[in-house]
Design a protein. Structure first.
Ligand SMILES: Nc1nc2c(c(=O)[nH]1)N[C@H]1C(S)=C(S)[C@@H](COP(=O)(O)OP(=O)(O)OC[C@H]3O[C@@H](n4cnc5c(=O)[nH]c(N)nc54)[C@H](O)[C@@H]3O)O[C@H]1N2
Ligand SMILES: Nc1nc2c(c(=O)[nH]1)N[C@H]1C(S)=C(S)[C@@H](COP(=O)(O)OP(=O)(O)OC[C@H]3O[C@@H](n4cnc5c(=O)[nH]c(N)nc54)[C@H](O)[C@@H]3O)O[C@H]1N2
Ligand code: SF4
Ligand SMILES: [Mo]
Length: 713
């Protein structure tokens, strides 16, 4: 740069992605172009560092394949053939179709289905104007379960909410269990604190079937079988009880149901737990010694639990068992002790103001679970289900790639009688099935405000550049649709500005940003600094005070018992469990069953779910879709590294490249995700194999509860 050139403008923002870290961004803008997206050094959790993915956010934003104009389908569904149309032509047609469906008869609007997730975690470009729109319409609700609902429900039933330790205090812990988390890949800014603790002498133990880059950097790695975490937690409790490494005072005063949890834990001698987990009993004993020693020495033991361990049948119960552990040893007494899965419950978000559920009042509205969208799109009208799904509006999500059992999902999206609208940045696998693709702005182009789930700061995102092409924020698209719906319904003349003509459909994005934390966060401070820290206690449960009905840590949940469920946590075997894993013959061909390998499909480090798969510089690092397989499973199948293999089960088959690797433990293969189907070897991805079965709690998906067989080609 010439010394006389003006300095680039620095615009403060927030990373929009579904990642616990919610980094504070600084975008450098020159001549109206974003030239660099950097981490904000003034934000403690971000520490001036971004992950490799979002460092490429400018590349993603200016990607030559950005969808910048409304597109209308011209070819067969899925063919990806579209023509450019004007906004008014697209919105007029969409509004007319929705109006016709909604006015066919009482409750007919329920056959209009919104489908969205956390493509952006922004509270405004997520569920604000969109929710108002669908509530006013009386459309179906969406049960947003695809990521975290089993674990969330487990936390709510045990601790009372999505609350836990403050992430920065992990730096002071003496022992950190990194449980079901590949932190280096998906929680990088927590890993910075864990590293600090390590430098101060803390021991780090990783609990993960896969030998991840994180597992390699911990002192110990416990490579249990997928879906066996509750058994491990019970084995650990058994040892704590046997050695009396228990904080009896804490148990007495601040927990509910200890005698019955104790009885249940006593059913889990380490040998039994080790057998179920497919590990050595000595590993559980050593884990218990480390955890118990912190109690004896009055030092802080911290658990960073993450969502990787709850994508199995018993995921909710496993979270309940693990979230109970800190109360056994009174680890909560330390600010650097306890557990953190999600902190999102700490944010005083005014969802009612943003989403206006009152607009739905009195209208019949069914709820569809996003994790079973495959089955639900194929469901005919019935008294139980109501009308078949006739129209689907997708935003902030790519279900054709990310939802389980994609064979069914694709069949559903292929339905000629389904009207599909997709608000997107790119022609994703899902957008290929749209009747209309509407170009949405990226985080550099719109306003938003964010909470987080891995820290407790509120962040503001200001637009850094003007929208590219004809892209519009999600909010604006729903505002303009609302205007058209009002005109079609004659709302203005009918009741003087009710219905879709109500003033709430005219709120602009800054107004929505202000409404999100109204009265709880100083918006002027947000405007000035880009972030604001919530005022929360340092050791939230040192003296009990859990936000449960009893105010205690609920080992026993009366609420679950009232639903006819087990009030205590338990170990639930996977739906698709390895039949009799035998350590002495770790060679899986020795095991029975047509599908003798357990497959997990955690994210590839350089993608964010299915986002960034089309960013060339990042895809070049990942190379191509791979399946990691242990040598003891590869050799008997004649599989070598680099070879194309077929991974299959009753639900389908998927081709990818095998990597014979110590990252896969015997009996478990790792199919890294989530590739765009059309960028894979034969137009499928790993979700061709996953099932639509749901978790024990929270109605979540069971992506990592999946048996397969692998064959060389
Ligand atoms: N780079 C990157 N970062 C991401 C994402 C991404 O796609 N890429 N996704 C974001 C999203 S949406 C989320 S929800 C989070 C996901 O991040 P996490 O909540 O950490 O979940 P996963 O990455 O699914 O899995 C984490 C680890 O759990 C392991 N695991 C799988 N099954 C089991 C099990 O049964 N028990 C145990 N103990 N471990 C198991 C996996 O091998 C993996 O290494 O990360 C976010 N951050
Ligand atoms: N096999 C397997 N499947 C999985 C998982 C797994 O680990 N294994 N992980 C699961 C998990 S944890 C999750 S959270 C889900 C994630 O699934 P999704 O929520 O669908 O996440 P992404 O794949 O990142 O897709 C988000 C899409 O939103 C778009 N988007 C981003 N910002 C905006 C915006 O402002 N406006 C509009 N209109 N669009 C926007 C992006 O371009 C992107 O295509 O996938 C799940 N699927
Ligand atoms: S994806 Fe996560 S680590 Fe990367 S910039 Fe966003 S919040 Fe930070
Ligand atoms: Mo997720």
């Amino acid at each position: 740069m010439n010394r006389n050139d003006p300095l680039p403008l620095r615009v403060l923002g927030a990373c929009p992605h579904d990642c616990p870290d919610t980094c504070s961004l600084v975008t450098l803008v020159e001549n109206g172009m974003a030239i660099k997206v950097q981490g904000n050094p003034a934000h403690p959790q971000t520490g001036g560092v971004l992950c490799a993915k979002v460092s490429r956010y400018a590349e993603r934003t200016y990607h030559p394949e950005r969808v910048l104009f409304p597109l209308k389908r011209t070819g067969l569904k899925g063919s990806g053939q579209f023509e450019r149309v004007s906004w008014s032509a697209a919105l007029d047609d969409i509004a007319a179709k929705l109006h016709a469906i909604a006015n066919r008869g009482p409750g007919s609007a329920q056959s209009i289905q919104p489908y969205s997730y956390a493509g952006t975690m922004g509270l405004v470009q997520g569920e604000s104007m969109a929710a108002r729109f669908f509530n006013q319409l009386g459309a179906a609700q969406l049960d947003r379960t695809i990521c975290s609902s089993a674990g969330s429900e487990g936390l709510v039933q045990t601790l009372g909410g999505k609350v836990g330790m403050r992430v920065a205090f992990f730096a002071e812990a003496k022992l950190i269990l990194i449980w079901g988390s590949n932190s280096i890949a998906s929680n990088l800014h927590f890993w910075r604190y864990a590293q600090e603790a390590k430098r101060n002498g803390a021991k780090l133990i990783c609990i993960d079937p896969r030998r991840t880059e994180t597992a390699e950097k911990c002192h110990e790695h416990i490579a249990l079988l997928p879906g066996t975490d509750a058994a491990l937690a019970f084995g650990l409790m058994h040892e704590l009880i046997r050695n009396n490494w228990l904080d009896h005072d804490y148990l007495e005063r601040f927990t509910l149901g200890w005698p019955s949890l104790r009885d249940r834990a006593l059913l889990w001698p380490v040998e039994r737990a080790a057998q179920v987990c497919g590990i050595e009993a000595a590993q559980i004993q050593s884990l218990a010694r480390d955890y118990g020693q912190c109690f004896v020495d009055k030092q802080a033991a911290a658990i960073r639990l993450n969502y990787g361990m709850q994508r199995v049948r018993g995921g909710g119960n496993a979270v309940r068992a693990i979230a109970s552990l800190p109360a056994l040893t009174g680890a909560w007494r330390h600010r650097a002790g306890g557990v953190l899965l999600s902190a999102s419950g700490s944010f005083p978000v005014n969802r009612a103001a943003l989403q206006r559920p009152d607009l739905l009042a009195g209208k019949p509205s069914r709820t569809v679970n996003m994790s079973t969208i495959g089955d639900d799109l194929l469901r005919p009208a019935s008294p139980d289900f109501g009308p078949a799904i006739e129209a689907l509006l997708v935003y902030n999500s790519n279900p054709v790639a990310v939802a389980p059992e994609s064979g069914k999902v694709v069949q559903g999206f292929e339905r000629e009688d389904l009207f599909t609208v997709v608000l997107e940045h790119f022609k994703t696998d899902t957008a290929d099935y749209a009747d209309y693709i509407l170009p949405a702005t990226t985080q550099l182009e719109h306003w938003d405000v964010h909470g987080a789930y891995g820290h407790t700061d509120v962040l503001l995102n200001r637009p850094a550049i003007t929208p590219l092409g004809e892209a519009k924020p999600n909010t604006q698209i729903f505002r303009e649709l609302a205007q058209r719906m009002a005109a079609l319904a004659g709302d203005e003349s009918a009741d003087g500005g009710g219905g879709f003509a109500a003033p709430c459909f005219a709120d602009d994005d800054e107004t929505l940003c202000r409404a999100a934390f109204d009265g709880h966060v100083d918006f002027e401070a947000l405007l000035a600094n880009g972030f604001a820290t919530l005022n929360l206690p340092e050791a939230p449960f040192a003296q009990g005070g859990f936000p449960t009905p009893s105010g205690k840590c609920e080992f026993f949940s009366a609420r679950l018992a009232q639903q006819g469920l087990d009030g205590l946590p338990d170990y639930l075997e996977n739906y698709e469990a390895l039949a009799g894993f035998d350590k002495s013959t770790s060679n899986s061909t020795a095991r029975s069953g047509a599908y003798p390998l357990a497959m997990i499909s955690p994210p590839a480090r350089n993608f964010l779910n299915s986002s960034f798969v089309n960013v060339t510089s990042l895809r070049d690092i990942e190379g191509e879709p791979v399946l990691e397989i242990n040598a003891s499973d590869a050799t008997p199948r004649g599989i070598e590294s680099g070879q194309v293999v077929r991974v299959f089960n009753l639900r389908g088959s998927y081709r990818c490249k095998a990597v014979v690797s110590h990252r896969a433990r015997p009996g478990v293969v790792n199919g890294l995700g989530i590739w765009w189907r059309k960028l894979g070897l034969d137009g499928t991805n790993v979700n061709q194999l996953t099932s639509q079965r749901l978790t024990d709690l929270g109605r979540g998906p069971t992506f990592y509860d999946c048996l397969v067989e692998v064959a060389g080609e």
